[in-house]
Ligand binder design. Structure first.
Ligand SMILES: NC(=O)c1ccc[n+]([C@@H]2O[C@H](COP(=O)([O-])OP(=O)(O)OC[C@H]3O[C@@H](n4cnc5c(N)ncnc54)[C@H](O)[C@@H]3O)[C@@H](O)[C@H]2O)c1
Length: 342
């Protein structure tokens, strides 16, 4: 059994408590939160779990193997650092921390103390996202031209990080997972209307190696809950609607044919249409064996028990933060394209 302490019992924390409590390979020894009302709600929902307002109770308890952090992003570094220094494995919610420097420091620390550091990039544990990865890596879609990602909702509005750090963190993690690469440059514009200096909507474009463009629209100031992704390849195209749980994926057998075999000039609308293949749209079955968050929690337990590196470990979390840091820089500099070292 892996004994877990969950820190942060706000909106997201109880989902983690629930998964680690019901896993069969772990149990929740402590739930820590600064807010006693939150702890009272936890005690009611999860009878028998020890609650505390003091993080050190969990960090100093030798019986605790791992600390799971679901507090606001600005607190991630301090809590994860203290947990690693106390010899605990750490699963920290996305994004890893709120700055590039602190994310780098955390990765170095985890390596030094030889503990698992995993980031809760839950999207890479989503069965549909894994199926998209399969279509990309097996060449089903052909060469990838671009990916467009829309993640909007009305709230929750954060004050410690902007919409890019809060929402686009998901998209960057999954795009990098699909393309097996990190962005080589980033440019972004955004607007901060609700709280000065904290962007409510961010429009960012990331260049990936191989001339792949990834365009992101992240906003918590939008009437529509959307998790829409379009992947355009030179053989096929695909849409992924994460709000549509029954049929999240659609594959479009659509393609622009190689124009070199066509006449140089398309002298009519009809001949132009000849160069476009407009085939079937199929809805593949996505076996949702278990929820993404359950997969994520079970993967963390695998890594702790077997000592294997996580799919969304410190390195991957740091790469996401590096892209987010570049988005912030570009926002400050009016959309300038910021180059990233590979
Ligand atoms: N993976 C996902 O899909 C997903 C979804 C929602 C939130 N999150 C992430 O989870 C984290 C928490 O988000 P949330 O929406 O639950 O926030 P929240 O504000 O609802 O809850 C945060 C909780 O942490 C507590 N807290 C704050 N500072 C603390 C400290 N120093 N020590 C102990 N407790 C402290 C607060 O009292 C609160 O109960 C964020 O990093 C967010 O990005 C991830």
């Amino acid at each position: 059994m892996v004994h877990v302490a969950v820190v942060g019992a706000g909106h997201w924390g109880p989902n983690l408590i629930n998964n680690f409590q019901s896993s069969g390979r772990s149990s929740v020894s402590y739930v820590v939160d600064r807010d006693s009302d939150r702890l009272a709600a936890v005690a009611q929902r999860f009878p028998g779990v020890v609650t505390s307002r003091n993080f050190d109770d969990a960090a100093n308890d030798a019986a605790v193997d791992a600390v799971v952090i679901a507090t606001p992003t600005r607190t991630h570094f301090d809590l994860a650092k203290r947990a690693l220094e106390a010899g605990k494995h750490v699963l920290v919610e996305k994004p890893l921390t709120d700055s590039l420097e602190s994310s780098e420091a955390l990765c170095e620390l985890a390596q030094r103390v030889e503990r698992i550091l995993m980031v809760g990039h839950v999207f890479v544990y989503n069965p549909a996202a894994r199926q998209v990865k399969h279509y990309i890596t097996t060449g089903e879609l052909g060469r990838i031209y671009y990916i467009s990602m829309v993640r909007t909702n009305l709230g929750p509005i954060r004050v410690d990080v902007d919409a890019a750090w809060d929402l686009a963190a998901h998209d960057i993690s999954v795009a990098s997972y699909w393309l097996d690469a990190t962005p080589s440059s980033v440019s972004a514009i955004g607007g901060a209307w609700v709280n000065p200096g904290v962007a409510d909507a961010v429009f960012a474009t990331l260049r990936y190696p191989g001339d792949v463009l990834v365009n992101l629209h992240a906003s918590w100031l939008n009437p529509r809950k959307a998790r829409d992704i379009t992947v355009v390849g030179d053989k096929k195209m695909l849409t992924f609607d994460d709000v549509n749980l029954a049929e999240p994926l659609r594959i479009y057998d659509k393609q622009v044919m190689d124009q070199r075999s066509q006449p140089v000039y398309t002298d009519s609308f009809a001949s132009f249409r000849m160069s476009v293949r407009d085939g079937d749209i199929t809805v593949p079955r996505v076996p949702m064996m278990s929820e993404p968050l359950r997969n994520e929690c079970e993967h963390f337990l695998d890594c702790v028990i077997q000592g294997t590196p996580p799919l969304s470990g410190g390195k991957e979390g740091l790469a996401v933060v590096r892209a987010l840091d570049a988005i912030s820089q570009s926002l400050r500099e009016g959309g300038r394209e910021i180059r990233l070292e590979s």
